[in-house]
Design a protein around this ligand. Structure first.
Ligand code: NAD
Length: 252
């Protein structure tokens, strides 16, 4: 049987985050679902999670989310850093404000949330930090300077948290998926089609699945299943690692 835990998951209004919240609820955990999109309320409540609205590019909002979890549940055992956005443009034209927004949301917020949940995990001698990175934490693609930089940075944060957390019962791992069927990817298909001047179906086949041994998009539930494992008692020896779910992309 799974020990019931308290989890914070970010970016939960759609896609991978919504699937992670549903999966952790199925495992019997309490979940604070954090997102700036108010649609997240309905998504969270449908599976019995509590919704907390926050723009995680704001540092105080990151800390307030953890305070909310602490006041409701008295502890935080699991942190899943999932919220993310994409912007596709060549470096020469990449807008500085988009660069900063992506780094704030996808690297600084995971750091601030890790920092804020740490005391509770340390006091309980048990914690799980699970960072949803990307295949773009391992390899790059043109047009994605900010995203690739944030995701590569997230691996560094994961490894550092693993080293500091080891003696305190806190593990930290990253999951690195290739393309998952979510709204974020639907938007990218449209952006890439514009960037390369090709039809959307051609973008999927020739760009997105070009390096894939398994020629299909990934289901969000496949990522949620790995989060469930990494969050479990069984994964106590698993830390500082990057777990690819990448259709064989990085095998070549
Ligand atoms: P998604 O767009 O479906 O979900 C992202 C969520 O983040 C949304 O609910 C959105 O409202 C929320 N969000 C965005 N900006 C926010 C902000 N400032 N504050 C709070 N919440 C905010 O995307 P997804 O595909 O499910 O992606 C989730 C994570 O998985 C991201 O970190 C993404 O980089 C990563 N990822 C996705 C894929 C993929 O192919 N979809 C592949 C690898 C990694």
């Amino acid at each position: 049987a799974t020990t019931p835990r308290v989890a914070i998951v970010t970016g939960t209004s759609s896609g991978i985050g919504a699937a992670v919240v549903a999966h952790l609820r199925e495992q019997g955990h309490q979940v604070l679902a954090v997102d700036f999109n108010p649609d997240g309320q309905v998504v969270a409540e449908a599976v019995g999670a509590v919704f907390h609205r926050a723009d995680l590019t704001n540092a105080d909002a990151c800390r307030a989310a953890v305070e909310d979890a602490m006041s409701r549940f008295g502890r935080v055992d699991i942190l899943v850093n999932n919220a993310g956005i994409q912007h596709v443009a060549p470096i020469e034209e990449f807008p500085e404000d988009k660069w900063r927004q992506i780094i704030d949301l996808m690297l600084t917020a995971p750091f601030l949330l890790t920092q804020a949940v740490w005391p509770s995990m340390r006091e309980n001698g048990w914690g799980r930090i699970i960072n949803i990175a990307s295949v773009h934490a391992q390899v790059a693609s043109p047009g994605k300077a900010a995203y690739v930089s944030a995701k590569h940075g997230m691996i560094g944060l994961t490894k550092t948290a693993a080293l500091e957390g080891g003696p305190q019962g806190i593990t930290a791992n990253a999951i690195c998926p290739a393309y998952v069927k979510t709204p974020l990817v639907d938007n990218q298909i449209a952006d890439q089609a514009k960037l390369h001047g090709m039809p959307e179906q051609q973008v999927i086949e020739q760009i997105m699945l070009k390096n894939a041994a398994v020629k299909r998009l990934i289901d969000p539930a496949e990522v949620a299943g790995m989060v469930g494992y990494l969050a479990s008692d069984a994964a106590g020896a698993v830390t500082g690692a990057s777990w690819n779910i990448d259709l064989g992309w990085t095998a070549q």
